[in-house]
Design a protein around this ligand. Structure first.
Ligand SMILES: [Zn+2]
Length: 524
């Protein structure tokens, strides 16, 4: 697995990074390169890694934004190994921590995780190993920082000089502007005060400028080294298409054409089960994976995914964070992803070996409505101050969902549109379905006028009612009118409520348009 885990040798461009820091070049009699070879079996660092490792070893804080598959975790694992000390890693999900720990253990590296669900006996064993300095990596759930025992553990680590560094994984979770804000993560602001003098590294695969600023501010990083690599993945080709009533033929076609492992994402546990069963019915040995399975079945599914030469796994999106399989040839989403940031992370699990891989989204306009409801149903009641934060979080989630829909329904380069959503500007990729020219544009200005007039007559009405009315006696059906209205929101002629009810208003530009229209060429 070691060679397959390091795609830098085969990733086009990976070796052509400016080499003033020796990136991508094996350096003989170099302690770091030796440790890399010894513990991970890799000949060279991947772009961005070495600078972070060196900064941490020099006692400097870091913010590392490295795309999925770039080997983020190595940035904090290696310092622990080189120093024979302990690195404490805060991570948002227990499943993710467990994945990481078992990966480390497979490499013979002493790692453990501490979370609420840990049985007392295992906890005792863990503390013993810590006392005996036998542990290199300790993964913590953020809520553990509240516990007196954890604080004591950190203090002891500092006193004995054992604590080499602190790492905050998925650091974007601390920002309300991130796609996965976790109020729990705000507690991590205490880390700096709890462990003064210990270098802290914050890591994320997708953090735009606003989120990066939040991470630095909220974690109180002191003049950190900021290491940001492009999220471009030149070996991935994106495709997004409307999902037909029964997408089984498309799914089968994509699965059969894929190389290596296949990850299929469905939104709910029920649809995960259903799709695994449907694929098995079509003679594909598909395995279901979601958080509702008992631990033993989950372990079996993971094992299967790890060991089978060409496994097909149907899962909820939580699966795959930290999965150690480089040859995923297809990541297929059966629903609209909830945000562009999240989608980049999920699709980024494809092609970590640097070989061509496909990322396909099958979506339906109804997905946004059901996802919008799901976002609203996660509202957490609380104190007034908290309610305001909750309202902002919900609005942001709805906006991110709308932006993801705009990427899927749009005709611009997929990669360009996705990266723009995380604050990176890149030229069209030349590989996605859009770049390969699936679309032909037509002029919609006549129909646009009708939508705007209908809203001028009754502003604030909801998208469905509007589409229904426009479809009466029209050659276009209701779905088409709804598409057009969504398009006008994306083009900022209309504004839409942020509560998920899809109520619409004219923006000033739309008023101009009604007085003096111009041609609007869109593919449909
Ligand atoms: Zn493209």
């Amino acid at each position: 697995m070691a060679a397959a885990g390091n795609p830098s040798a085969s990733t086009p461009g990976a070796g052509r990074v400016p080499s003033h820091q020796g990136w991508g070049l094996p350096v003989p009699d170099d302690r770091l390169a030796q440790a890399l070879q010894q513990h991970f079996g890799w000949e060279s660092f991947r772009p961005g890694q070495r600078a972070v490792v060196e900064a941490l070893l020099a006692g400097r804080d870091c913010l590392a934004v490295l795309p999925t598959g770039a080997g983020k975790s190595l940035c904090y694992q290696l310092p622990a190994l080189v120093r024979q000390g302990l690195v404490v890693v805060v991570s948002p999900l227990v499943a993710l921590m467990q994945d990481q720990v078992s990966q480390m253990q497979r490499r013979g590296i002493a790692a453990a995780c501490l979370h609420r669900g840990l049985p007392p006996q295992e906890r005792r064993q863990l503390l013993e190993r810590l006392r005996d300095r036998r542990l290199r990596l300790l993964y913590l759930a953020p809520e553990r920082l509240q516990a007196e025992a954890t604080r004591q553990l950190l203090e002891d680590g500092i006193e004995t000089g054992q604590l080499v560094a602190l790492a905050v994984d998925e650091a974007h979770c601390i920002s309300a502007w991130g796609h996965d804000f976790r109020p729990d993560y705000r507690r991590l602001g205490q880390l700096r005060a709890l462990c003064p003098g210990v270098p802290l590294v914050a890591l994320s695969a997708t953090a735009g400028p606003q989120v990066r600023a939040d991470i630095i501010r909220l974690l109180q990083l002191r003049s950190p080294l900021v290491q940001v690599r492009s999220a471009r993945r030149p070996n991935l080709s994106y495709g997004m298409a409307l999902r037909p009533a029964d997408p089984l033929p498309q799914v089968l076609e994509a699965v059969c054409a894929a190389r290596g492992a296949v990850l299929i994402y469905a939104r709910t546990r029920r649809s995960v089960e259903q799709w695994a069963a449907r694929l098995r019915g079509a003679d594909i040995e598909a395995i279901a994976y979601h958080a509702g399975l008992d631990p033993e079945s989950r372990q079996l599914a993971l094992q299967h995914f790890q060991d089978h030469p060409a496994p097909v796994l149907v899962a909820t999106v939580a699966f795959g964070m930290g999965v150690d399989r480089a040859d995923v040839g297809l990541v297929l989403h059966l629903d609209l992803p909830a945000s562009a940031e999240g989608y980049l992370q999920e699709s980024g699990r494809a092609g970590r070996d640097g070989l061509p891989a496909r990322c396909l989204v099958l979506f339906d306009p109804a997905d946004r409505v059901s996802l919008g409801w799901a976002i609203r149903s996660t509202a957490q009641p609380g104190a007034e101050a908290h309610q305001e934060a909750e309202r902002l979080r919900q609005e942001l989630a709805q906006r991110q969902l709308r932006r993801m829909e705009a990427v899927a329904e749009g005709e611009d380069c997929r990669e360009q549109a996705l990266l723009l959503a995380v604050g990176e500007l890149v030229p069209p990729c030349g590989r996605c379905d859009s770049c390969l020219g699936r679309f032909r544009a037509t002029d919609w200005s006549g129909q646009v006028g009708m939508v705007l007039q209908a809203l001028e007559a009754r502003s604030g009405r909801d998208l469905r009612g509007l589409a229904e009315q426009l479809a009466e006696g029209s050659a276009l059906n209701q779905e088409r009118w709804a598409w057009l209205a969504r398009r006008l929101v994306q083009e900022e002629l209309l504004s839409e409520s942020n509560d998920g009810s899809q109520r619409l208003w004219l923006r000033p530009v739309a008023e101009h348009y009604l007085r003096d229209p111009w041609p609007l060429h869109w593919a449909a």
